[in-house]
Design a protein around this ligand. Structure first.
Ligand code: SF4
Length: 436
Protein backbone atom coordinates (compact mmCIF):
# COMPACT_ATOMS: atom_id res chain seq x y z
CA UNK A 1 0.00 0.00 0.00
CA UNK A 2 1.52 3.33 -0.97
CA UNK A 3 1.07 6.16 1.46
CA UNK A 4 -1.44 8.89 0.71
CA UNK A 5 0.12 12.33 0.77
CA UNK A 6 -2.80 14.71 0.67
CA UNK A 7 -4.38 16.30 3.68
CA UNK A 8 -6.16 14.25 6.30
CA UNK A 9 -9.85 14.09 5.53
CA UNK A 10 -11.30 12.02 8.23
CA UNK A 11 -13.41 12.43 11.34
CA UNK A 12 -13.02 10.35 14.53
CA UNK A 13 -14.43 6.86 14.18
CA UNK A 14 -17.75 6.06 15.78
CA UNK A 15 -17.96 3.01 17.97
CA UNK A 16 -19.09 -0.08 16.07
CA UNK A 17 -20.31 -3.39 17.35
CA UNK A 18 -18.78 -6.61 16.06
CA UNK A 19 -20.46 -9.99 15.88
CA UNK A 20 -19.07 -13.40 16.68
CA UNK A 21 -18.97 -16.33 14.31
CA UNK A 22 -21.33 -18.18 16.62
CA UNK A 23 -23.99 -15.48 16.32
CA UNK A 24 -23.64 -15.52 12.54
CA UNK A 25 -24.48 -19.22 12.62
CA UNK A 26 -27.38 -18.58 14.99
CA UNK A 27 -28.88 -15.64 13.11
CA UNK A 28 -28.26 -17.28 9.75
CA UNK A 29 -30.12 -20.36 10.93
CA UNK A 30 -33.05 -18.33 12.28
CA UNK A 31 -33.25 -16.38 9.04
CA UNK A 32 -33.18 -19.55 7.06
CA UNK A 33 -35.90 -21.13 9.15
CA UNK A 34 -38.18 -18.23 8.26
CA UNK A 35 -37.78 -18.74 4.54
CA UNK A 36 -40.36 -21.15 3.26
CA UNK A 37 -39.21 -23.78 0.85
CA UNK A 38 -35.53 -23.17 1.48
CA UNK A 39 -33.49 -25.68 -0.45
CA UNK A 40 -30.67 -27.86 0.78
CA UNK A 41 -28.17 -26.13 -1.49
CA UNK A 42 -28.91 -22.79 0.14
CA UNK A 43 -28.48 -24.34 3.56
CA UNK A 44 -25.01 -25.56 2.61
CA UNK A 45 -24.12 -22.12 1.27
CA UNK A 46 -25.13 -20.61 4.62
CA UNK A 47 -23.16 -23.23 6.53
CA UNK A 48 -20.04 -22.56 4.50
CA UNK A 49 -20.46 -18.82 4.83
CA UNK A 50 -20.98 -19.03 8.56
CA UNK A 51 -17.93 -21.24 8.96
CA UNK A 52 -15.63 -18.83 7.17
CA UNK A 53 -17.27 -15.44 7.57
CA UNK A 54 -15.42 -12.64 9.31
CA UNK A 55 -16.86 -10.38 11.98
CA UNK A 56 -19.22 -7.78 10.62
CA UNK A 57 -20.71 -4.57 12.07
CA UNK A 58 -24.16 -5.39 13.41
CA UNK A 59 -27.10 -3.10 12.57
CA UNK A 60 -24.66 -0.44 11.47
CA UNK A 61 -25.93 0.47 7.98
CA UNK A 62 -26.80 4.14 7.47
CA UNK A 63 -30.50 4.83 7.88
CA UNK A 64 -33.08 7.60 7.78
CA UNK A 65 -32.01 10.95 6.36
CA UNK A 66 -28.37 9.91 6.03
CA UNK A 67 -29.30 6.93 3.84
CA UNK A 68 -31.58 9.10 1.70
CA UNK A 69 -28.83 11.67 1.22
CA UNK A 70 -26.28 8.99 0.42
CA UNK A 71 -28.54 7.58 -2.29
CA UNK A 72 -29.40 11.05 -3.62
CA UNK A 73 -25.68 11.73 -4.03
CA UNK A 74 -25.34 8.48 -6.05
CA UNK A 75 -22.81 7.25 -3.49
CA UNK A 76 -24.84 4.07 -2.81
CA UNK A 77 -25.12 1.50 -5.61
CA UNK A 78 -26.20 -2.09 -5.68
CA UNK A 79 -23.05 -4.11 -5.19
CA UNK A 80 -21.72 -6.78 -7.52
CA UNK A 81 -20.51 -10.20 -6.50
CA UNK A 82 -22.94 -11.10 -3.77
CA UNK A 83 -25.79 -13.55 -3.31
CA UNK A 84 -29.21 -13.12 -1.78
CA UNK A 85 -30.18 -15.53 0.98
CA UNK A 86 -33.72 -14.55 1.86
CA UNK A 87 -33.45 -11.35 3.89
CA UNK A 88 -29.70 -11.86 4.27
CA UNK A 89 -26.91 -11.33 1.76
CA UNK A 90 -23.52 -12.93 1.42
CA UNK A 91 -20.71 -10.92 -0.10
CA UNK A 92 -18.55 -12.88 -2.53
CA UNK A 93 -16.02 -10.17 -3.27
CA UNK A 94 -13.22 -11.08 -0.89
CA UNK A 95 -12.33 -14.16 1.16
CA UNK A 96 -13.84 -12.60 4.28
CA UNK A 97 -17.16 -13.94 2.91
CA UNK A 98 -19.24 -11.56 5.04
CA UNK A 99 -22.77 -12.74 5.75
CA UNK A 100 -25.02 -9.77 6.46
CA UNK A 101 -28.42 -9.69 8.06
CA UNK A 102 -30.65 -6.69 7.28
CA UNK A 103 -28.96 -3.41 8.28
CA UNK A 104 -25.55 -5.07 8.85
CA UNK A 105 -22.30 -3.70 7.46
CA UNK A 106 -19.44 -5.79 6.09
CA UNK A 107 -16.04 -6.07 7.68
CA UNK A 108 -14.56 -3.64 5.14
CA UNK A 109 -17.12 -1.04 6.32
CA UNK A 110 -18.17 -0.30 2.71
CA UNK A 111 -20.96 -2.79 2.02
CA UNK A 112 -24.35 -3.00 3.71
CA UNK A 113 -27.54 -5.02 3.56
CA UNK A 114 -30.56 -2.76 2.99
CA UNK A 115 -33.78 -4.66 2.54
CA UNK A 116 -32.13 -7.84 1.29
CA UNK A 117 -30.01 -5.98 -1.29
CA UNK A 118 -26.27 -5.47 -0.88
CA UNK A 119 -25.13 -1.92 -1.52
CA UNK A 120 -21.68 -0.44 -1.77
CA UNK A 121 -21.43 2.91 0.00
CA UNK A 122 -18.15 3.73 -1.69
CA UNK A 123 -19.14 4.91 -5.14
CA UNK A 124 -17.94 8.19 -6.67
CA UNK A 125 -16.92 9.48 -3.25
CA UNK A 126 -13.10 9.36 -3.03
CA UNK A 127 -11.67 10.65 0.22
CA UNK A 128 -8.13 10.88 -1.10
CA UNK A 129 -6.67 11.63 -4.53
CA UNK A 130 -3.37 12.83 -5.93
CA UNK A 131 -1.23 12.83 -9.01
CA UNK A 132 1.71 10.57 -8.19
CA UNK A 133 4.75 9.27 -10.04
CA UNK A 134 4.07 5.65 -10.97
CA UNK A 135 7.26 4.76 -9.08
CA UNK A 136 5.45 5.60 -5.84
CA UNK A 137 3.00 2.69 -6.17
CA UNK A 138 5.71 1.17 -6.43
CA UNK A 139 5.87 0.10 -10.07
CA UNK A 140 9.39 0.24 -11.51
CA UNK A 141 8.81 -1.74 -14.72
CA UNK A 142 5.62 -0.02 -15.89
CA UNK A 143 5.83 3.16 -17.95
CA UNK A 144 8.71 4.65 -15.91
CA UNK A 145 8.57 8.38 -15.31
CA UNK A 146 4.83 8.60 -16.04
CA UNK A 147 2.20 10.21 -13.82
CA UNK A 148 -0.76 8.34 -12.39
CA UNK A 149 -4.03 9.82 -11.15
CA UNK A 150 -4.38 8.06 -7.79
CA UNK A 151 -7.56 7.78 -5.77
CA UNK A 152 -9.10 5.98 -2.82
CA UNK A 153 -12.29 5.70 -0.88
CA UNK A 154 -12.30 4.60 2.75
CA UNK A 155 -12.37 0.95 3.80
CA UNK A 156 -10.36 -2.26 3.89
CA UNK A 157 -11.01 -5.92 4.65
CA UNK A 158 -7.73 -6.25 6.58
CA UNK A 159 -6.73 -4.92 10.00
CA UNK A 160 -2.96 -4.55 9.57
CA UNK A 161 -1.32 -3.53 12.82
CA UNK A 162 1.18 -1.45 10.84
CA UNK A 163 -1.22 0.21 8.35
CA UNK A 164 0.26 3.42 6.92
CA UNK A 165 -3.13 4.77 5.81
CA UNK A 166 -5.28 3.65 8.73
CA UNK A 167 -6.92 7.09 8.84
CA UNK A 168 -8.84 6.17 5.70
CA UNK A 169 -8.57 2.36 5.51
CA UNK A 170 -10.10 1.88 8.96
CA UNK A 171 -12.95 4.32 8.40
CA UNK A 172 -16.48 4.09 7.11
CA UNK A 173 -17.44 6.11 4.05
CA UNK A 174 -19.71 8.25 6.27
CA UNK A 175 -16.68 9.17 8.39
CA UNK A 176 -14.79 10.55 5.42
CA UNK A 177 -17.57 12.17 3.37
CA UNK A 178 -20.53 14.41 4.09
CA UNK A 179 -23.63 14.22 1.85
CA UNK A 180 -25.23 17.38 3.22
CA UNK A 181 -25.39 20.64 1.31
CA UNK A 182 -25.26 21.31 -2.39
CA UNK A 183 -23.70 18.67 -4.60
CA UNK A 184 -20.22 19.44 -5.93
CA UNK A 185 -19.03 17.48 -8.95
CA UNK A 186 -15.28 17.47 -9.44
CA UNK A 187 -14.59 18.09 -13.10
CA UNK A 188 -11.71 19.62 -15.08
CA UNK A 189 -13.42 23.01 -14.97
CA UNK A 190 -14.00 22.86 -11.22
CA UNK A 191 -10.76 21.26 -10.13
CA UNK A 192 -9.23 24.45 -8.71
CA UNK A 193 -12.20 24.84 -6.38
CA UNK A 194 -11.56 21.57 -4.62
CA UNK A 195 -9.40 23.09 -1.90
CA UNK A 196 -12.05 25.57 -0.85
CA UNK A 197 -13.30 24.92 2.69
CA UNK A 198 -16.10 22.38 2.92
CA UNK A 199 -15.89 21.26 -0.72
CA UNK A 200 -13.75 18.17 -0.48
CA UNK A 201 -15.98 16.27 1.96
CA UNK A 202 -19.12 16.62 -0.14
CA UNK A 203 -17.39 16.35 -3.50
CA UNK A 204 -18.34 13.61 -5.98
CA UNK A 205 -16.08 12.26 -8.69
CA UNK A 206 -18.05 10.23 -11.19
CA UNK A 207 -16.16 7.63 -13.26
CA UNK A 208 -16.27 9.61 -16.51
CA UNK A 209 -15.00 12.71 -14.70
CA UNK A 210 -12.13 10.77 -13.10
CA UNK A 211 -11.02 9.60 -16.54
CA UNK A 212 -11.36 13.06 -18.06
CA UNK A 213 -9.35 14.63 -15.24
CA UNK A 214 -6.60 12.04 -15.61
CA UNK A 215 -6.43 12.67 -19.35
CA UNK A 216 -6.41 16.47 -19.04
CA UNK A 217 -3.70 16.33 -16.39
CA UNK A 218 -1.37 14.30 -18.56
CA UNK A 219 -1.59 11.05 -16.59
CA UNK A 220 -0.80 7.83 -18.43
CA UNK A 221 -2.80 5.85 -15.89
CA UNK A 222 -5.27 5.82 -13.04
CA UNK A 223 -4.24 4.08 -9.82
CA UNK A 224 -6.68 2.62 -7.29
CA UNK A 225 -4.64 2.78 -4.15
CA UNK A 226 -3.95 4.10 -0.58
CA UNK A 227 -6.73 2.07 1.13
CA UNK A 228 -7.81 -1.30 -0.35
CA UNK A 229 -9.39 -0.76 -3.76
CA UNK A 230 -10.98 -4.21 -3.84
CA UNK A 231 -13.53 -2.91 -1.34
CA UNK A 232 -14.56 -0.10 -3.71
CA UNK A 233 -14.71 -2.62 -6.52
CA UNK A 234 -17.72 -1.24 -8.39
CA UNK A 235 -16.29 2.27 -8.53
CA UNK A 236 -12.84 1.03 -9.54
CA UNK A 237 -14.25 -1.27 -12.22
CA UNK A 238 -16.48 1.37 -13.77
CA UNK A 239 -13.65 3.91 -13.96
CA UNK A 240 -11.22 1.33 -15.31
CA UNK A 241 -13.59 0.26 -18.06
CA UNK A 242 -14.02 3.85 -19.26
CA UNK A 243 -10.29 4.54 -18.96
CA UNK A 244 -9.42 1.49 -21.01
CA UNK A 245 -11.73 2.65 -23.78
CA UNK A 246 -9.76 5.93 -23.86
CA UNK A 247 -6.38 4.19 -23.82
CA UNK A 248 -5.50 5.18 -20.26
CA UNK A 249 -3.94 2.41 -18.20
CA UNK A 250 -5.30 1.12 -14.88
CA UNK A 251 -3.24 0.20 -11.83
CA UNK A 252 -4.50 -1.83 -8.87
CA UNK A 253 -2.46 -1.36 -5.69
CA UNK A 254 -3.72 -4.09 -3.43
CA UNK A 255 -3.28 -6.58 -0.63
CA UNK A 256 -4.48 -9.15 -3.16
CA UNK A 257 -7.35 -10.37 -0.98
CA UNK A 258 -10.05 -11.02 -3.55
CA UNK A 259 -12.08 -13.98 -4.72
CA UNK A 260 -11.40 -15.59 -8.13
CA UNK A 261 -14.57 -14.47 -9.95
CA UNK A 262 -14.25 -10.73 -9.29
CA UNK A 263 -10.52 -10.97 -9.98
CA UNK A 264 -11.15 -12.63 -13.33
CA UNK A 265 -13.50 -9.79 -14.23
CA UNK A 266 -11.06 -7.15 -12.98
CA UNK A 267 -8.20 -8.59 -15.03
CA UNK A 268 -10.10 -7.62 -18.17
CA UNK A 269 -9.68 -3.94 -17.39
CA UNK A 270 -6.48 -3.51 -15.38
CA UNK A 271 -3.03 -3.27 -16.86
CA UNK A 272 -0.78 -3.50 -13.82
CA UNK A 273 -0.87 -4.27 -10.12
CA UNK A 274 1.30 -3.93 -7.10
CA UNK A 275 0.44 -6.70 -4.66
CA UNK A 276 1.49 -6.65 -1.01
CA UNK A 277 2.83 -10.04 -0.05
CA UNK A 278 3.01 -9.25 3.62
CA UNK A 279 4.80 -12.39 4.74
CA UNK A 280 4.99 -16.07 4.02
CA UNK A 281 3.53 -17.65 7.11
CA UNK A 282 -0.25 -18.11 7.52
CA UNK A 283 -0.12 -17.55 11.27
CA UNK A 284 1.70 -14.23 10.83
CA UNK A 285 -0.87 -13.14 8.24
CA UNK A 286 -3.53 -13.91 10.81
CA UNK A 287 -1.76 -12.03 13.60
CA UNK A 288 -0.36 -9.03 11.73
CA UNK A 289 -3.02 -8.51 9.06
CA UNK A 290 -6.02 -10.56 10.19
CA UNK A 291 -6.05 -12.25 6.81
CA UNK A 292 -5.00 -15.43 5.06
CA UNK A 293 -1.92 -16.06 2.96
CA UNK A 294 -3.25 -18.56 0.39
CA UNK A 295 -5.68 -16.19 -1.38
CA UNK A 296 -2.81 -13.76 -2.00
CA UNK A 297 -0.71 -16.49 -3.58
CA UNK A 298 -3.70 -17.47 -5.73
CA UNK A 299 -4.06 -13.84 -6.82
CA UNK A 300 -0.42 -13.71 -7.96
CA UNK A 301 -0.90 -16.87 -10.01
CA UNK A 302 -4.10 -15.53 -11.55
CA UNK A 303 -2.47 -12.21 -12.52
CA UNK A 304 0.30 -14.09 -14.26
CA UNK A 305 -2.16 -16.41 -16.02
CA UNK A 306 -4.16 -13.40 -17.22
CA UNK A 307 -1.01 -11.59 -18.36
CA UNK A 308 -1.48 -8.60 -16.07
CA UNK A 309 1.88 -7.02 -15.24
CA UNK A 310 2.53 -6.95 -11.51
CA UNK A 311 5.17 -6.20 -8.93
CA UNK A 312 5.29 -7.35 -5.33
CA UNK A 313 5.89 -5.35 -2.17
CA UNK A 314 7.15 -7.10 0.93
CA UNK A 315 7.24 -4.84 3.98
CA UNK A 316 9.75 -6.23 6.45
CA UNK A 317 8.33 -5.67 9.94
CA UNK A 318 10.78 -6.40 12.77
CA UNK A 319 9.77 -9.42 14.88
CA UNK A 320 6.89 -10.25 12.48
CA UNK A 321 8.21 -10.69 8.94
CA UNK A 322 11.99 -10.31 9.27
CA UNK A 323 12.83 -14.01 9.54
CA UNK A 324 15.39 -14.59 6.80
CA UNK A 325 14.41 -18.25 6.44
CA UNK A 326 10.83 -17.20 5.77
CA UNK A 327 12.01 -14.63 3.22
CA UNK A 328 14.05 -17.37 1.50
CA UNK A 329 10.98 -19.65 1.38
CA UNK A 330 8.91 -16.82 -0.07
CA UNK A 331 11.46 -16.07 -2.80
CA UNK A 332 11.71 -19.74 -3.69
CA UNK A 333 7.93 -19.97 -3.96
CA UNK A 334 7.89 -16.94 -6.25
CA UNK A 335 10.56 -18.33 -8.57
CA UNK A 336 8.91 -21.76 -8.67
CA UNK A 337 5.35 -20.50 -9.15
CA UNK A 338 5.45 -17.25 -11.06
CA UNK A 339 9.00 -17.15 -12.37
CA UNK A 340 12.02 -14.87 -11.91
CA UNK A 341 10.83 -11.80 -13.83
CA UNK A 342 8.36 -10.11 -11.49
CA UNK A 343 10.06 -7.41 -9.39
CA UNK A 344 9.95 -7.54 -5.61
CA UNK A 345 10.27 -4.41 -3.46
CA UNK A 346 11.55 -5.04 0.06
CA UNK A 347 10.19 -2.10 1.96
CA UNK A 348 11.37 -0.56 5.21
CA UNK A 349 8.93 -0.51 8.12
CA UNK A 350 8.64 2.60 10.25
CA UNK A 351 6.79 2.68 13.61
CA UNK A 352 3.13 3.31 12.86
CA UNK A 353 -0.51 2.75 13.85
CA UNK A 354 -0.53 -0.06 16.44
CA UNK A 355 3.16 -0.91 16.15
CA UNK A 356 4.72 2.28 17.40
CA UNK A 357 6.89 0.37 19.87
CA UNK A 358 8.85 -1.45 17.16
CA UNK A 359 12.06 -0.08 15.63
CA UNK A 360 12.61 0.78 11.97
CA UNK A 361 13.72 -2.19 9.87
CA UNK A 362 17.52 -2.35 10.04
CA UNK A 363 19.15 -1.54 6.69
CA UNK A 364 21.21 -4.75 6.92
CA UNK A 365 18.02 -6.84 7.01
CA UNK A 366 16.79 -5.21 3.79
CA UNK A 367 20.14 -5.69 2.09
CA UNK A 368 20.21 -9.33 3.19
CA UNK A 369 16.66 -9.87 1.92
CA UNK A 370 17.70 -8.54 -1.49
CA UNK A 371 20.71 -10.87 -1.47
CA UNK A 372 18.45 -13.83 -0.64
CA UNK A 373 16.07 -12.90 -3.47
CA UNK A 374 18.93 -12.72 -5.97
CA UNK A 375 20.30 -16.05 -4.78
CA UNK A 376 16.86 -17.59 -5.20
CA UNK A 377 16.85 -16.40 -8.82
CA UNK A 378 14.63 -13.31 -8.73
CA UNK A 379 16.01 -10.90 -11.31
CA UNK A 380 14.68 -7.61 -10.05
CA UNK A 381 14.77 -7.19 -6.25
CA UNK A 382 14.64 -3.61 -4.94
CA UNK A 383 14.82 -1.91 -1.58
CA UNK A 384 12.26 0.79 -0.82
CA UNK A 385 11.51 3.50 1.76
CA UNK A 386 15.21 4.05 2.30
CA UNK A 387 17.91 6.30 0.91
CA UNK A 388 21.64 5.74 0.62
CA UNK A 389 21.71 1.99 -0.09
CA UNK A 390 23.77 1.19 -3.15
CA UNK A 391 21.68 0.28 -6.20
CA UNK A 392 18.52 0.14 -4.05
CA UNK A 393 16.32 1.52 -6.84
CA UNK A 394 18.34 0.84 -9.98
CA UNK A 395 17.33 -1.69 -12.60
CA UNK A 396 20.26 -3.67 -13.90
CA UNK A 397 20.23 -5.80 -17.01
CA UNK A 398 20.20 -9.41 -15.77
CA UNK A 399 22.60 -10.39 -18.58
CA UNK A 400 25.22 -7.66 -19.07
CA UNK A 401 24.77 -5.95 -15.68
CA UNK A 402 24.52 -2.44 -17.18
CA UNK A 403 22.07 0.08 -15.71
CA UNK A 404 18.85 0.04 -17.72
CA UNK A 405 16.78 2.33 -15.49
CA UNK A 406 18.39 4.76 -13.05
CA UNK A 407 16.21 6.29 -10.34
CA UNK A 408 16.67 8.63 -7.44
CA UNK A 409 13.74 8.15 -5.09
CA UNK A 410 10.69 8.48 -7.33
CA UNK A 411 12.57 10.43 -10.02
CA UNK A 412 13.64 8.55 -13.13
CA UNK A 413 17.03 9.78 -14.34
CA UNK A 414 17.86 7.42 -17.22
CA UNK A 415 16.04 4.78 -19.24
CA UNK A 416 18.37 2.70 -21.37
CA UNK A 417 15.72 0.46 -22.85
CA UNK A 418 14.85 0.17 -26.50
CA UNK A 419 11.74 -1.71 -27.55
CA UNK A 420 11.65 -3.52 -24.21
CA UNK A 421 15.30 -4.60 -24.36
CA UNK A 422 18.60 -3.51 -22.82
CA UNK A 423 20.27 -0.96 -25.11
CA UNK A 424 23.66 -2.52 -24.49
CA UNK A 425 23.04 -6.21 -25.10
CA UNK A 426 19.46 -6.40 -26.41
CA UNK A 427 18.30 -8.70 -23.59
CA UNK A 428 14.58 -8.41 -22.94
CA UNK A 429 13.77 -6.56 -19.69
CA UNK A 430 10.47 -7.75 -18.24
CA UNK A 431 7.82 -5.05 -17.91
CA UNK A 432 5.69 -2.59 -19.84
CA UNK A 433 7.95 0.09 -21.24
CA UNK A 434 5.87 2.12 -23.62
CA UNK A 435 2.23 3.13 -23.84
CA UNK A 436 0.05 1.25 -26.28
S1 SF4 B 1 -15.60 -6.99 0.39
FE1 SF4 B 1 -16.21 -6.26 2.45
S2 SF4 B 1 -18.29 -7.05 2.76
FE2 SF4 B 1 -17.37 -8.18 1.06
S3 SF4 B 1 -16.51 -10.05 2.00
FE3 SF4 B 1 -14.86 -8.52 1.87
S4 SF4 B 1 -14.90 -7.47 3.83
FE4 SF4 B 1 -16.85 -8.54 3.66
Amino acid sequence: MDQQTNEELTAPARKSAGVSRRSIVKYGAIALASISGVCAATWHVMQRAAASAASVFKRDAPSGELWNQWKARRWAREARHYRKLGPNVQCMLCPNDCLLEPEDRGRCRNRVNKGGVMYTLAYANPCSFNIDPVEKKPLFHFLPGSKTFSLATSGCGFRCLNCQNWDISQRKPEETKDPRGAEFLLRPVTRNMVNQPGIRDRMSLLPADAVELAKRMGCASLAYTYSEPTVFYEYMYDIAKLAKARDIKNIWVTCGYINPDPLTELCEVIDAANVDLKGFDPSIYEKLNSGKLQPILDTLKMLKAREVWFEITNLIVPTYTDDLGMIADMCKWLVDNIGPDYPIHFSRFHPNHKLTDLPWTPIETLVEARRIAKRAGLRYPYIGNVRGVENAEITLCPKCGKTVVKRDGYAVQEVNINKGACKSCDTRIAGVWAAG
